[in-house]
Design a protein around this ligand. Structure first.
Ligand code: ZN
Ligand code: ZN
Length: 293
């Protein structure tokens, strides 16, 4: 059951009006989906508040369901950043520009005006560690009213390991929408939490490192810092090589997969893509799942 469906049913579940046949599926979803589960808590809180009011206009109802959130300025090695966050996690990172530009970007997305506040210390620590390229626990994210496709794409993108890259078409296949490459690319380009949600690790299938909101040179620097050999990526693209097979294991990988980087040079088999790999009898690596490439 999808989050959108669940959210239309949680009020009926709360009041005991949901059809018994649907209760199981909704409860099952709530056990595994933190976001919907939080909405249930918000709704219960709202219901308690509404009890003491004669009438609540519908706009206010919607706004009450969405936390107003907060924002803060953060000094980093990238320069000053503006960050928006709620109690669920990070909502937006804004690089460059002043407070006004940042606030109008936020206003376009969220109905309620955020308060300026101190960034909670654990969140601050984790954001800074991520920006410095050190792993220090996952940064909690609040994707707010993201569509199901946005949520799926951003979550799959967040799982691309540090020091590796994947193509837009890989990402599209990964979320079960292999023909929606352009829609997926739009989601990646619209990423509101750069660096933390690593859109810099998504590259064109045809090779090279591609476009980036902060310039392609910045993207190459970020990837280099994570240990990606960007010059090798360019070289492979020129030669039309999309995957690397291992003569000893019979497994094919995307070139930046940690397993591919362990294949000795004389055991490497350059492959033009999934069809080529399949035809040559290679099995797909379980880490990088290259046949989606
Ligand atoms: Zn859900
Ligand atoms: Zn691999």
């Amino acid at each position: 059951m999808r989050c959108r469906t669940v959210l239309t049913r949680i009020d009926a579940l709360r009041t005991g009006e949901l059809h018994p046949a649907q209760r199981g599926a909704v409860r099952k979803h709530l056990r595994t989906c933190a976001s919907c589960d939080e909405s249930v808590a918000d709704l219960a809180q709202l219901a308690r508040a509404v009890k003491s009011l004669a009438a609540v206009p519908s706009g206010a109802l919607r706004e009450a369901l969405e936390p107003a959130g907060s924002y803060a300025r953060l000094s980093t090695s990238f320069g000053p950043l503006w960050v928006a966050f709620s109690r669920r996690g990070l909502r937006m990172i804004h690089l460059g520009g002043g407070e006004e530009a940042f606030l109008s970007r936020l206003a376009a997305r969220y109905a309620r005006r955020p308060r300026r506040a101190d960034l909670p210390a654990p969140l601050r620590r984790r954001i800074l560690a991520t920006l410095e390229g050190k792993a220090s626990g996952r940064v909690p994210i609040d994707l707010g009213g993201a569509s199901p496709l946005e949520t799926q794409v951003l979550e799959a993108m967040a799982r691309i390991p540090r020091g590796e890259v994947r193509s837009y078409s890989w990402l599209a296949a990964c979320v079960g929408r292999p023909r929606a490459v352009r829609a997926v690319a739009r989601v990646v380009a619209g990423n509101r939490i750069p660096f933390v949600l690593p859109c810099h690790r998504v590259v064109p299938a045809g090779g090279g490192t591609g476009e980036y909101a902060f310039g392609s040179e910045k993207k190459r620097r970020l990837l280099r810092r994570e240990g990606v050999d960007v010059d090798q990526l360019d070289d492979l693209a020129r030669r039309g090589v999309r995957l690397i097979g291992s003569r000893t294991t019979g497994i094919a990988c995307v070139p930046t997969c940690r397993d591919a980087r362990r294949i000795r040079a004389d055991n490497q088999v350059p492959l033009r893509g999934p069809a080529d790999a399949h035809q040559e009898g290679f099995r797909p690596c379980r880490h990088c799942r290259p046949f989606a490439a």
